[in-house]
Design a protein around this ligand. Structure first.
Ligand SMILES: Cc1cc2nc3c(=O)[nH]c(=O)nc-3n(C[C@H](O)[C@H](O)[C@H](O)COP(=O)(O)O)c2cc1C
Length: 363
């Protein structure tokens, strides 16, 4: 058996195609099941789900597919210090609340860290993999997951983070390049300085750790898969390409914004959650992080709690200018179609590219 296939099998993967966890509703049970049945591996982003919701989502997936799936959480985060700009943050978003007919925003309370309650539900869910972003998985969680036969995966945006994750005992590292849509997984140093592109990050991480590397960020088609494998990755984790699939739960206004935008229209922003994330530039981002105005963004997860009612109302009203339009930089390659077609194309086209390049190399 080729070494690549053996590594995939050890990770419980049938192919190099992984559908990224997309907390916030993008990764429905229908999407995970469709990806699985087509030959990929689906993830649930459960960071915003409570234990009962995790159990329910897992049941829903198991009713649709017998194939293995993963669950992703945010690593435990310390409570942020009280913000000196709470008044300014409320004032900055208040006009948008009014525009959507919502009551004026109030200072959000710290919701507490969810990880400790989520982890037991994850362990009981029947998931085959546990992945984490924003930090290291706690030692007890790694031990408990492995004892149940789950593969443990961590997210790194630098070599130092990848090495720290390997030391923490993960079975694989997601190397998340700066092209990636959604939140940056950074947890060491200043996230604003951890903006290393996928092309540069993947081989440097592959050189630095012994565990398998999963490339993520800006990869949208078979060419990208072949390139990631050439750089030393064993698999690819895709977000944006699945976000415009029929099964994805993103609001229609979000899907349409991805289909309409071009590669230069995404930015890294703190405006929606207080943590850096890549999304398509819109009016909310421009105003909340106006470079000519004083800082007015609360730390994560307070800003996330502050903007949630606005984002919910904007989704209901189809108002893309107030949505967190998470997207990677490969968005011009996104298409609206069934997830099974996306997986089939990724598998077929990556093989075709690899064959073409091998024939070329052979003369
Ligand atoms: C809408 C959206 C939500 C995301 N949520 C999560 C998440 O909950 N956990 C996580 O580890 N990564 C999350 N990510 C990041 C993905 O795991 C992945 O790194 C990224 O999508 C790869 O870049 P691409 O979008 O260009 O494919 C999210 C990405 C998107 C687009």
């Amino acid at each position: 058996m080729p070494a690549h296939t053996e590594t995939l099998e050890r990770l419980g993967l049938r192919s190099p195609i992984i559908q990224a966890p997309m907390a916030g509703g993008g990764d429905t049970a229908a999407l995970v099941a469709a990806v699985n049945e087509a030959g990929g591996f689906g993830f649930v982003g459960a960071a915003y789900l409570g234990p009962a919701q995790i159990a329910e989502r897992a049941r829903d997936i198991r009713a649709r597919t017998a194939l293995p799936f993963g669950i992703n959480l945010f690593a435990p985060l310390p409570e942020p210090a009280p913000s000196p700009v709470t008044k300014e943050a409320l004032a900055r978003v208040a006009p948008f609340f009014a525009e959507l007919g919502l009551p004026a925003p109030t200072a959000p309370a710290y919701p507490g860290d969810a990880f400790a309650a989520q982890m037991p539900a994850l362990l009981d869910s029947g998931a085959a993999a546990f992945s984490v972003t924003f930090g290291l998985p706690p030692a007890e969680a790694v031990e408990a997951a492995k004892a149940r036969g789950l593969r443990v995966i961590g997210t790194a945006t630098t070599v130092a983070e990848a090495v720290a994750l390997e030391r923490a005992g993960v079975d694989a590292v997601v190397a998340q390049g700066s092209e990636a849509g959604g939140h940056r997984g950074s947890f060491l140093g200043d996230p604003a300085e951890n903006l290393v592109g996928t092309m540069a990050l993947v081989p440097q991480v592959a050189d630095a750790v012994r565990v398998p590397v999963i490339a993520s960020g800006g990869i949208m088609d078979g060419r990208g898969v072949a390139a990631a494998l050439a750089l030393g990755a064993v698999a690819v984790q895709f977000g944006t390409v699945f976000l415009t699939s029929d099964e994805a739960g993103a609001p229609d206004a979000h899907k349409q914004a991805i289909l309409d935008a071009s590669e230069d229209q995404t930015r890294i922003t703190h405006a929606f959650s207080g943590r850096p994330a890549r999304g398509i530039l819109n009016r909310f981002m421009e105003r909340v992080e106006d470079p000519d105005a004083d800082a007015a963004v609360l730390p994560f997860p307070l800003q996330n709690a502050l903007t949630r009612p606005l984002r919910t109302a904007a989704a209901q009203q189809g108002r893309a200018e107030f949505l967190s339009l998470w997207s990677g930089q490969g968005l011009r390659m996104a298409k609206r179609r069934p997830a099974a077609e996306i997986v089939a194309d990724l598998l077929r086209d990556s093989q075709a590219v690899i064959r073409r390049l091998s024939v070329g190399a052979g003369g």
